[in-house]
Every structure is written in structure tokens, then in C-alpha cells.
Design a protein around this ligand. Structure first.
Ligand code: F6R
Length: 614
């Protein structure tokens, strides 16, 4: 949520900042802005409502000279998207400019105090309050910028990743974070900051991940200094990035989402690589092995996540209960954190998150740790906050996911959860050897089966044309495919803006069946399973009410072919692995419907990729 980027060094800052903003645009895209310090040591601030391209168009014939600057792409929290609410924000005397990702929760109290001191405000943002506060503190204490930032942050309640620069001081950026991500890139005679490493990777692969309440003093030609808001000097390991540039480009695909859907055979191979042995006889996850007693003796598993990651968590419940015989609860992190949950020290809490930065998930983790539970992270972004705040974990290793609608991260999360269930079940002796081997074999075959499904892309595109103008959709699934019905519906609504609901198929007759008429497309996941016959009955019930059934079925299933109005045939697999296949046609269907409707698939309205605010 909001992307921030900064540069100080020997090159022209503007092109680096703009490129960085494009890379970070997935985090927020309702307005953007940039501040540079020019040769006369003046601050140049340019802002525009809209996309980064709108900012570029606005700045086209302006002075963009300077070797230091900060820039921001916004996802509005306080104040509508507009030029005035866009960042950077000036302080009253226009001597400071600040960018911010997060929320200053006590901004109203601070603002009232500043108004009392004669400050006036241009925007409706919480961010402007922070920059004014820093200026006020700097003036009354007659201190330098670092000291003023440190004092100001001690008054702030909320979340922030900030960067501040100062008129007359072209040699320094002050940056700080709490509960919002911030990375400092270390180049040769130049430094970068970013909300993630994507704006930095082209110039250096050496980075420092700031921790909460740390302030970085980044000066030209000096090593960065890191001091906490309580004034403790810190030393940080410089980490090497694993990101590569090709992950940040569309590579010939019209959208990142389509590229990411098509990457899944490869991403799942990467996810399993080194974890399933070459003979296909064993699964090893070091995060589990290192703490195997915890898992063997766990009283309960609580899975916390949001959105698509929560859907992966629901699948975790089916997997852990079936194979490990451990009771599982799956919670929305946002609910869990506020409902005074019962957490035991012998519970294991699994936090699932693509970004590793989701504010609600981080808060839920903190609660679980305070209660003494062992916390395990399943994350994609290496070095992000969740892996750094958990006791152990497994990365999903599916590469940078840029499309706002999560696709490849979801299937990688489900793959990790499946491997976890197998590894724990083996340690607990709750799975027999032949079943264990069968599922490992099934998992190893998933990438090639996804390749087969991806060949149906044109057929799914044709199908999408029939339903582009539907007003509503229902998605049905049972057992392991119930979470896929939820996920299919979420994919469709977030990128096409068509209202869609996912249900367990048998729930239809308890209310939602009233919605069925000849206008209602009902996407039904009807692959072979222990309850196949029951799904057939559920489809009959829909057909009897003239619903238009689009069924995802196994190859050669003649019964379903004759029953459904439209069908998508996919290969069969083990029942517990079916979601890894059934999710793919639903991703493609949502994608094509959204494209037919001319939606901005990679950056759907009102959304952002990384939800770092509550
Ligand atoms: C939907 C989607 C979101 C995220 C959710 C959690 O396609 O991407 O629902 O799954 O915001 O984000 P992470 O996984 O980063 O914690």
C-alpha cells in the first residue's frame, strides 16, 4: 500500500525514481509525486493525480535536474486521490518534503496541536501532519533533521515507512519504518530506498532491511547509519537479493497476471525443488525438521491470513486434519487480532502471506507470540516482515508477484501447505507409506498437468465471451474444492468488478438457490472426488432452476459433459491436490472476462497489492 522510492548518489535521480515508481505501482496507483533537490539546493516538488504515467506527462517540460530525490505512488487512506493529497508533502516553510506509507493514527490530535501553534494545512492527509510536526520540532528545539524525525516519531501512533529530504541539504535522506516495509540499497557511492527491492535490483543486489522503529541516516559517500527512535545505534547485516530483473517485466504477455498464471508450472517446480527428493520418495522442509517436536506435540493449528492467502489457509485445514490429525482453525487475521482469542503455548500458528507485510497478519502474529504460541510463516517475499517476525517458516519461492490478483502465489502456498502436511504426518506416523508416496508422486506431476490446462487458454477465452456481460456469478465446490469456489469468485470480482459469490455446493438449498434463474452463470467444480455423486445432484438442482452451469470436470467425464451447459476438461489427480489444478481454469476465466470488459487487470480499481494498513 503506497510505494516509496529514494535515491542519493552521482546519477540523475529523476529517471531512477520514475522507473522505481513504475515498479512499485502495484502497491498503489491513485496519484504519484516526486521531490528533487536542484543545483540551487531548492526542493522541486511535482505531483499528479492518476498513474505514474500521468506524473511523467505533467513533469515532461519541468526541471528534473538533481542527484537526490524521493518519490511516491499512493493508495489513498486519508483524503481522496488528488494532486493536493498526493505525496511528497511540504512542511509549512517548504523546507522539508516527506513521503509516507502507512497510517498516522493520532494525526487528528497532532494536527490540532499544530493548528494551535499557527500551522495551516493544504491536504486532508495524515502525512502532512507528520512533516509539519517534524518542522515544528526542528524549529523549537533548534536541532538537525535526524533529531527532529526521531523526536517526532516518538509522538506518532501508527504505521510508517517514510523518507524526508531538506532544502539546502542535498547530501542526506532520512528514512524510517514501523510496520511498513523499507529497504535500503547499498551501491558504489550511491544509495537507494524502496518499499521493496524492485526499484533497486537494477543497480545493486546489496540491501539492508530496516526493522521497526529504526531510522536510517543516508548520506552521500558515507556508510548509512541506523539508529532507533529510542536512540540505540544498530548494525545490520547486508543481505544479497535473490530477485532477478526478468521477474519485473511482462516478458511479452499483455498483463503480469497472465504471465504469472502461465509461470505456474515453473513456480511450482521451484517451490518443490530441494524439498521433494529426486527419487520422489521424501519431503523435507527444514522449517519443520528443525522444530519437529513442536509439530508432533501440537494441540492445535491456527491458520491466520487474509484474502487469497486465507483461501489457501482453508485448504491447509483440510490437509492438516486429513493427514496429520491435528485440529485446525482458520481465521481472518483482521478478526483474530481483535476478538481476544484463546491461544495456548502448545498451539502452532501458521501465518500465510504473499507479501509478508499484511498489517492484520503481522498484528495477529504479535498476539500469538505474546501468548507463547509457536509461529510459522508461509511467505513469498524474502526478507519481508512476517518471515522476520516468526519462529520458523517456509518460503513459497514463486518469484515476484506483480499482478494485484494473486495467482502463482496461491498455488505455491497450497503446495507448501501440502508438503508441510506430508512432512508432519510422516513424523507423527499418521499417514501410511503408500499414500505418502502416492501424494508425493501426484505433487511432482502437478507442473506438467498445469501445462496441459494452460493449453486450454483459447477455449476458456471463447467461453469468457459468452459470460462477459453477466451481472452476477455463483461458484460452487465441495470438499477440497470449496476453497477454490471462494477463490474463483474472488478472482472474478476483484478484476472484472462482477459480483460473484462462492459457496459449498450443498449450502445452495439453504438459501442461495433462490438466486438461480436462467441469467445466472454457476461455475461448478465437478471433478472426481469421494463426493462426486453429491456434486452431480447439486448440479441437477441448479439445472432444474435453469441456471447456466459451467463445469470444471475431469477429462472424459461423459456424465458431466451431458449435464453442464459448458465444461472445461482438466486432468485428474489425487483429491487433495485437485485445487492446484482446478484453480487454473478459474484464474483464466476471470482474466479473460476482465480483459473483455476492458478492465485494468493488473491494477484493478481501489486495490493495492500489499495491504500494509488495517
Ligand atoms: C487477492 C489478493 C489479496 C491478498 C490479501 C493478502 O487476489 O491478492 O486478497 O491475498 O491481501 O495479502 P498477502 O498474501 O500479501 O498477505
Amino acid at each position: 500500500m503506497c510505494g516509496i522510492v529514494g535515491y542519493i548518489g552521482y546519477r540523475e535521480a529523476y529517471p531512477i525514481l520514475i522507473k522505481g515508481l513504475h515498479r512499485l505501482e502495484y502497491r498503489g496507483y491513485d496519484s504519484a509525486g516526486v521531490t528533487l533537490i536542484d543545483d540551487d539546493n531548492k526542493l522541486l516538488v511535482y505531483k499528479a493525480k492518476g498513474r505514474v504515467q500521468d506524473l511523467e506527462d505533467f513533469v515532461k517540460d519541468k526541471d528534473t535536474h538533481g542527484t537526490i530525490g524521493i518519490a511516491h505512488t499512493r493508495w489513498a487512506t486519508h483524503g481522496e486521490p488528488s494532486n493536493v493529497n498526493a505525496h511528497p508533502h511540504y512542511s509549512q516553510s517548504e523546507s522539508l518534503a516527506l513521503i509516507h506509507n502507512g497510517i498516522i493514527e493520532n494525526y487528528a490530535v497532532l494536527k490540532a496541536k499544530l493548528i494551535n501553534e499557527g500551522y495551516t494545512f493544504q491536504s486532508s492527509t495524515d502525512t502532512e501532519v507528520l512533516v509539519q510536526l517534524i518542522e515544528y520540532i526542528k524549529q523549537i528545539n533548534n536541532c538537525d533533521l535526524f533529531a527532529a524525525v526521531q523526536l517526532a516519531l516518538n509522538q506518532v501512533v501508527g504505521a510508517y515507512a517514510i523518507a524526508v529530504i531538506e532544502k539546502g541539504n542535498p547530501d542526506q535522506i532520512i528514512a524510517a519504518r514501523k510496520s511498513s516495509p523499507l529497504v535500503v540499497g547499498i551501491g558504489e557511492g550511491e544509495y537507494f530506498i524502496g518499499s521493496d527491492a524492485s526499484p533497486i535490483i537494477e543497480y545493486t543486489n546489496k540491501v539492508i532491511y530496516l526493522d521497526d522503529e529504526e531510522i536510517a541516516i543516508i548520506k552521500r559517500e558515507e556508510d548509512p547509519k541506523i539508529i532507533t527512535i529510542s536512540n540505540i545505534e544498530k548494525t545490520h547485516e547486508i543481505k544479497e537479493l535473490e530477485l532477478n530483473l526478468s521477474q519485473l517485466e511482462r516478458g511479452g504477455y499483455p498483463h503480469f497476471m497472465l504471465k504469472e498464471i502461465f509461470e505456474q508450472p515453473e513456480t511450482l517446480k521451484n517451490c518443490m525443488s530441494g524439498r521433494i527428493n529426486v527419487e520422489g520418495t521424501n519431503v523435507t522442509l527444514s522449517g519443520i525438521i528443525d522444530h519437529k517436536d513442536k509439530f508432533i506435540n501440537a494441540r492445535r493449528i491456527i491458520i491466520i491470513a487474509c484474502g487469497t492467502s486465507w483461501h489457501a489457509g482453508l485448504l491447509g485445514e483440510y490437509l492438516f486434519e486429513e493427514f496429520c490429525r491435528i485440529p485446525v482453525e482458520v481465521e481472518y487475521a483482521s478478526e483474530f487480532r481483535y476478538r481476544n482469542p484463546v491461544i495456548h503455548p502448545d498451539d502452532i500458528v501458521i501465518a500465510i502471506s504473499q507479501s509478508g507485510e499484511t498489517a492484520d497478519s503481522l498484528a495477529a502474529i504479535e498476539l500469538a507470540r505474546e501468548a507463547g504460541a509457536f509461529v510459522y510463516g508461509v511467505c513469498n517475499v524474502e526478507g519481508s516482515s512476517i518471515p522476520r517476525n516468526t519462529d520458523s517458516g517456509s518460503y513459497t519461492h514463486c518469484g515476484h508477484e506483480i499482478g494485484v490478483a494473486s495467482t502463482k502465489a496461491f498455488t505455491a502456498q497450497v503446495t507448501v501447505l501440502t508438503m508441510m502436511a506430508l512432512a508432519i504426518a510422516k513424523e507423527k506416523n499418521t499417514i501410511n507409506a503408500s499414500r505418502y508416496l502416492k501424494i508425493i508422486k501426484g505433487l511432482s506431476d502437478i507442473p506438467s498437468k498445469i501445462e496441459q490446462i494452460l493449453k486450454l487458454n483459447d477455449r476458456i477465452k471463447e467461453l469468457s465471451l459468452i459470460f462477459t456481460y453477466a451481472q452476477n456469478f455463483i461458484y460452487l465446490g465441495r470438499g477440497y474444492n470449496y476453497p477454490i469456489a471462494l477463490e474463483g469468485a474472488l478472482k472474478l470480482k476483484e478484476i472484472s468488478y462482477i459480483h460473484a459469490e462462492g459457496y459449498p455446493a450443498a449450502e445452495m438449498k439453504h438459501g442461495p438457490i433462490a438466486l438461480i434463474d436462467n441469467e445466472m452463470p454457476v461455475v461448478t467444480i465437478a471433478t472426481n472426488s469421494a463426493i462426486y455423486e453429491k456434486v452431480v445432484s447439486n448440479i441437477q438442482e441448479i439445472k432444474a432452476r435453469k441456471g447456466r452451469v459451467i463445469a470444471v470436470i475431469n477429462e472424459g467425464d461423459e456424465t458431466m459433459k451431458s449435464l453442464a451447459n459448458h465444461y472445461i476438461e482438466i486432468p485428474a489427480t489425487e483429491e487433495c491436490l485437485d485445487p492446484l489444478l482446478t484453480s487454473i481454469p478459474l484464474q483464466l476465466l476471470a482474466y479473460h472476462i476482465a480483459v473483455n470488459k476492458n478492465r485494468d487487470v493488473d491494477m484493478p480499481r481501489n486495490l493495492a497489492k500489499s495491504v500494509t494498513v488495517e
